[in-house]
Design a binder for this molecule. Structure first.
Ligand code: SF4
Length: 124
């Protein structure tokens, strides 16, 4: 029996996962998403990343970014290294790709803000 906390929604249900061979039984979940989370967590845990990248603008030194889809949990630090190595020099908009197919995972790192489309010296 393994105990894990569901992180799909703020309820944070305490899940119990019992594995008998190929069969997994999940309890403690208030909805189906919790069962799906528990099975994925036991077989191939996935996570999202929200972070920032550096820019070359003194007035807006960082740009918020996120991954376009969940990535394997064990790739978080490697992807963060890629994100930390980027300096944006173009006026990207929300949804624009900052790193395409990061580490070959089939996931992009994308901008989540239009802040760089503001001209230098302009008020937000
Ligand atoms: S099991 Fe359902 S209700 Fe409970 S935390 Fe997960 S998603 Fe939320």
């Amino acid at each position: 029996m393994k105990e894990i906390v569901c992180i799909v929604c703020p309820n944070g249900c305490a899940l119990n996962v019992e594995q008998n061979g190929e069969t997994m039984t999940v309890s403690g979940n208030k909805c189906k998403r919790g069962e799906e989370f528990a099975v994925t967590e036991m077989t191939k845990p996935m996570r999202t990343i929200c972070s920032t990248v550096k820019t070359n603008r003194a007035d807006i030194p960082v740009l918020p970014v996120r991954v376009s889809a969940d990535i394997p949990k064990d790739k978080i630090f490697a992807v963060m290294n890629e994100i930390n190595g980027v300096t944006v020099t173009e006026p990207l908009r929300r949804g624009d790709i900052v790193i395409k197919n990061v580490l070959g995972l089939g996931v992009d790192v994308i901008a989540t803000s239009d802040v760089l489309s503001i001209n230098q010296g302009e008020m937000i």
